[in-house]
Design a protein around this ligand. Sequence first.
Ligand code: ATP
Length: 584
Amino acid sequence: MDYLDLVKLYASLEKTSKRLEKTVLVGEFLQSHKGGCHIIYLIEGKVFPDWDSRKMGVASRLLLKALSVSTGESIAKIEMRWKKLGDIGEVAEELTKKKTQSTLFSQSLTVDKVQKNLEKLAELEGQGTVDRKVKIIAELLSSASPLEAKYLVRTVIGDMRTGLGEGVMRDAIVWAYLSKEIQVSYDKEKNALVFGTDRKDYAQAVDEVEEAYNLTNDFAKIAELLEKKGRKGLSSIELTPGKPIKVMLYPKAETIEEALKTVGSPAACEYKFDGFRLQIHKNADKVWMFTRRLEEVSKQFPELIALVKKNIKVSSCIIDSEAVGFSVKTGKYLPFQNISQRIKRKYDIEELAKKLPVELNMFDLMYLDGKTLIKESFEKRRKKLLKVVVNKPLIRVIDQLVTDDAKKIDDFYKESLKSGNEGLMIKNIEGMYKPGKRVGYGVKLKPVMETLDVVIVGGEWGEGKRAHWISSFRIAVRNANGDLVEIGRVATGLKEKPEEGFSFAEMTELLKPLIVKETGKEVVVNPSVVIEVAYEEIQKSPTYSSGYALRFPRFLALRADRGVEDSSDLDLVEELYNKQRGRS
Ligand code: ATP
């Protein structure tokens, strides 16, 4: 297929903000291009599925160099235009237009060629990698038309601007492969779906595709299954060690009574540790570790890999756990922010592991010896987990209190808080493991006002002694379409001196390479940094695009374990806002 066909789809997606129209555009595109499910990654603006640890690894400097080589323009000039236009894609389009006016021939690009070359970027390593990457990208750009250059560059930098979130892709798959079966069509004028049969059939199909996605994190794989086996193919999905699944999430309960009402009685209670989620996979001699956002962190935790190899003897398994840091001096648990740097660390890993040790607290088992267990009850899964893991220092199954006595739960809750934990998890003993869902199979109970995990989308350079730092940050949450909507500005909570905690200087270093536009002191950044913020109150506000504003927001921690897709959503903000009003 010509790359231009795909590029035309990107352009149409960018032109409309209507979610349904986007769904149908992608759905129809897929219908007319069956047999090549791989193209789904490119439509999503990716080259690999999220579970794949291969990454293109193209920083903005490298891309600037490639653009300079392909267009003959100086890096400084390209950078200047980028800051002015705020979109490197548009810069690439502009420069390619200029260049093609002076050249006569341009080779046409195929999707296959783009895909293969972008894949190559991830395979390069060792000396000369940067130069070779520049060469590959420049070569593609040299054969690209202006519009192709625009989206090629955006793909490479990971900023498509097509507004295509996971929800739209999921619905587009239903559209492409199941719309005939469930008789659904689109009324463009009314911007509405029209159902030939019961609309519940459609909702059911959407649920099935979503469930399949939570297990595979791979829409191309789902499309392939639908193409080859039809709808029944979706129910045959088995987990595979080495491929992370979305973790099950837990809504919040306000009281023990409410918790018991949600999860049923008796309930299984566990400490809620303040660490980070680690999904552990094992197959024969190989062990992998993934964060909640499916990022592989096996290299960052060599001591945990060794612990698992030594103490878990089954041939294959997938385990859910919370890794918690503790102090070398006192042995006491440390809050997550003290050890968060271990997740992203690329160098001196062994040294850091000694300085900031962590303990593995396991609480669920989703797969064992070739069998997927997510549909089994929690009680059964835990029984198996207890056989798989023999408690040793630093690796253990979380203790549980199973009871229907609210008083006993309350004592357990207080005990947990006293030992420095965040609160309690109260779980349904019959519940299955629902990947990716905040279902009522378990709830969390914690005393403090819920914090929000927000995305930094911009900021402002400081003045005086703060002149070299971005010293206030524009923050956003996700709306139902997956788009980011602003909810305030944070300027407190970060430290001026690095020895006191996470500093303005460190945040500035993180954000600098992400800057896509600068106007005066204001910067716009590519959204990727997630931070946890506390606040006094949530208010309705016309100032920000979310319709809400946080009163006195304060930075608490960098959430290195979260991506934009794991940040808080507008539903949560609305829920917290309503609860707050209910109280007053
Ligand atoms: P929070 O910010 O409150 O930690 P979250 O958004 O990370 O919440 P939730 O599913 O809402 O995720 O809350 C449960 C989180 O608590 C899990 O993601 C996990 O990291 C952590 N946790 C600590 N102890 C446990 C436990 N015993 N069982 C399950 N999760 C636990």
